[in-house]
Design a protein around this ligand. Structure first.
Ligand code: PLP
Length: 450
């Protein structure tokens, strides 16, 4: 009995594709892997396969699909794309949200495990760790500032039952950076040898390749940059070739929970992923320009963007860049990576720098009133939660995305009332710079000219 496998269906995500993982560049793989022309009709774009069930020729003999929860051509195709663009990946599993991905990975740790997590982890991840996994599986979590903690401090927090180190880098919204290779080597040096996971949502597979730095699992909220058009909620986990056993476990849970994405959403996210490299380059160029404009603006107290030359995280940010992002950054003309106007000497700190994703945070001079005025005065930056879409968004972490964190803890994390987070989109650079400048002028000076 042979099982014939259609061109769009691949075993273990992309293994049998004509576009091999390392032969072609990032953008080529994003466009072609998982998008081979349909064998039956020649359709260049994969059809959306809505069928929930699949004909079997005799019992157990099918074309690789039985029931759409356990496998679907569009989900398979998207998973192939993701395994290919998250460099170092061999397997990808898509879920109905980033949060469902998180829940599944944490459930796979089993009962009474311990997790060491970066302290300003995504709010939904914090909630699942503290209020769900703690109750349902006795999971304990230690939150630690993995940017500042010394090697000894980190090792001291790894327990015999520590199964996982959960990292986000940069963190949200203060864009702290964690040195992934350092954490990986600490994890490997400890007898518990916990897995190291990176939530790579903020960087996207374009700017950072944590699997190449030794991470065991990368997760993404595809809702953000990978889909990139603010019209799909979805998540994924990507794992390297040596973790096939863990992949089996996660696949089992993916099917058992059924928190799977719809074929239509998979199709949309795959379409989005095809332009990830183009969008991420522009997000980065725009974010750098906006960060520089903020840095020279008198109404701004502090700008947080690791790509700025003046950022204390500048060197680590450069180390964090994926090979393809480094190539992009190195190819930029100095006019992009240097400040446009250098007439005044106090601008020197803003020269240089490089694109490092699209997220910029800053502290406006003043308090909530000024922040709120800024957020309601921008014309292109829309006041809304979320990030990673082509359109620019702005938000107030203390009262929006991070509102559920107690004020004292927020203060410790540096999330004050004057902190604003920007998701810089891919509109024209000068339009975004102008929008931020005009809103600052009105917000801080009350619309009066100096
Ligand atoms: C949005 C987000 C998530 C959660 O993803 P959903 O798709 O909203 O469930 C997890 N991590 C990070 C860093 C995020 O930004």
């Amino acid at each position: 009995m042979t099982v014939s496998v259609p061109a769009t269906h691949t075993d273990g995500n992309g293994v049998s594709h004509p576009f091999k993982r390392h032969e072609h560049g990032f953008g080529t793989r994003a466009i072609h892997v998982g998008s081979e022309a349909n064998a039956e009709t020649g359709a260049v774009i994969p059809p959306i396969s809505l069928s929930t069930t699949y004909k079997q020729d005799s019992v157990g003999v099918h074309k690789g699909f039985e029931y759409s929860r356990s496998g679907n051509p569009n989900r398979d195709a998207l998973e192939s794309t993701l395994a290919s663009i998250e460099v170092g990946g061999a397997y990808a599993l898509a879920f109905s949200s980033g949060s469902a991905t998180t829940a599944t990975v944490l459930q796979s740790l089993g009962p009474n495990a311990h997790v060491l997590s970066v302290n300003d982890v995504y709010g939904g991840t914090f909630r699942y760790l503290k209020r769900v996994a703690s109750e349902t599986q006795g999971l304990e979590t230690t939150f630690l500032d993995l940017e500042k903690a010394s090697d000894d401090e980190i090792l001291a927090e790894i327990r015999p039952n520590t199964k996982l180190i959960w990292i986000e880098s940069p963190t949200n919204p203060t864009l702290r950076l964690v040195d992934v290779p350092r954490i990986v080597s600490l994890a490997r040096s400890h007898p518990s040898s916990p897995l190291v996971l990176i939530d790579n949502t903020f960087m996207s597979p374009f700017y950072a390749s944590p699997l190449l730095q030794g991470a065991d699992i990368v997760v993404h909220s595809l809702t953000k940059y990978i889909n990139g058009h603010s019209d799909v909620v979805m998540g994924a986990a990507i794992l390297p070739p040596h973790h096939s056993e863990l992949v089996e476990k996660l696949r089992f849970l993916q099917n058992a929970h059924g928190a799977i994405p719809s074929p239509y959403d998979c199709w949309l996210a795959q379409r989005g992923a095809k332009t990830l490299h183009l969008r991420m380059k522009q997000h980065g160029v725009n974010a750098l320009a906006v960060a520089k404009a903020l840095a020279r603006n008198p109404h701004v107290e502090e700008v947080i963007y690791p790509g700025l030359a003046s950022s204390p995280r500048h060197a680590l940010a450069r180390k964090t860049l994926s090979p393809h992002a480094r190539k992009f950054v190195d190819s930029l003309p100095s006019s992009v990576a240097s400040t446009p106007s250098s007439s005044s000497t106090d601008l020197s700190s803003e020269e240089g720098g490089f694109p490092f994703g699209g997220m910029v945070s800053f502290r406006i001079r003043g308090g909530f009133a000024e922040a709120n005025k800024f957020l309601s005065t921008t014309r292109l930056f829309t006041l809304a939660e979320s990030l990673g879409g082509v359109e620019s968004l702005a938000e107030h972490p203390a009262r929006m995305t991070h509102g559920s964190i107690p004020p004292a803890e927020r203060a410790l994390l540096g999330i004050g009332d004057n902190l604003i987070r920007l998701s810089v989109g891919v509109e024209e650079t000068e339009d975004l710079v102008h929008d931020v400048e005009q809103a600052l002028e009105i917000a801080v000076k009350g619309g009066k000219t100096a």
